[in-house]
Design a protein around this ligand. Sequence first.
Ligand code: NAD
Length: 298
Amino acid sequence: MTTIGFIGLGNMGLPMAANLVKAGHLVRAFDVAPDAAVKAKEAGATPAPSAADASEGADAVITMLPAGKHAREVYLGIGGVLKAAGPKTLLIDCSTIDVKTARELHGAAAAAGRLMADAPVSGGVAGAQGATLTFMVGGSETAFAAAEPILGAMGKAVIHAGGPGNGQAAKICNNLILGSSMIAVCEAFVLAERLGLPADKLFAISSKSSGQCWSLTSYCPVPGPLPASPANRDYRPGFTAAMMLKDLRLAMGSAAEAGAEIQLTAAATALYEAFVNAGEGGTDFSGIVRMLRASTSH
Ligand code: NAD
């Protein structure tokens, strides 16, 4: 049996921790939220009073936190994971954070002689619940080999993206594609409406033509063609517009640091900013079709 410290029991972390318990691991779980102990028990885990307590003597520590500043605090802060975890503890950060912070954490872990992997996920809350997430892993071959069986209990695919931070790089680039492709699909439906082309016809044709993409055929942003998509339940998430904006901003930040021009992503970021500023942060990201339709003239 493996003892795993799990830190961050939010929408993703809670069901992920529950799947580790189901796979037979002993999970010690912590979150700063006031109902953390209740949440930990809900997942079938043992509540830990602090991140340090969850980490001490564990075989692995997994973090699932909102952003880079939280990850930095949890790993490097006073009472942080890096100090509390033993030399044999494997550290896995599954949060989506900026590449720079991820590489900084890898550097601190390496300096302390700890094995670390960044392992952000794709698949959302449904994937976390159903243990069907895709993990994009950055770190050494040794770190990947150690992390793979643990991550395998929470997902359907565990892919080594390369060295430290490359998991985050893969996640950011993937969601850059998603953000822009969703807007392109939404704009196609808005224009089709104006041209008198029914949505179901555009779907039938483009899903068999060169416009085919995940945003169209797995997550169609208009109601009808794909009964399971959030468009059919008033755009309840799913994946929120606020999360999409967070990931697009990470892409913009990475591009600025790396000197890459990502103009389409800049436009997509501005559109999601407008959508979120209009109070739609909690709406599914495909709901941006409503804003695009409303802003079409006459
Ligand atoms: P969430 O806000 O629901 O959960 C984050 C949890 O971290 C919260 O419970 C919060 O209390 C806890 N936390 C914050 N600071 C902490 C600290 N110092 N110590 C302990 N716990 C702390 O977020 P989520 O939806 O679970 O997402 C988690 C990560 O996964 C994010 O980085 C997000 O970008 C990424 N992600 C989310 C989705 C999704 O669909 N929700 C999909 C893919 C990736």
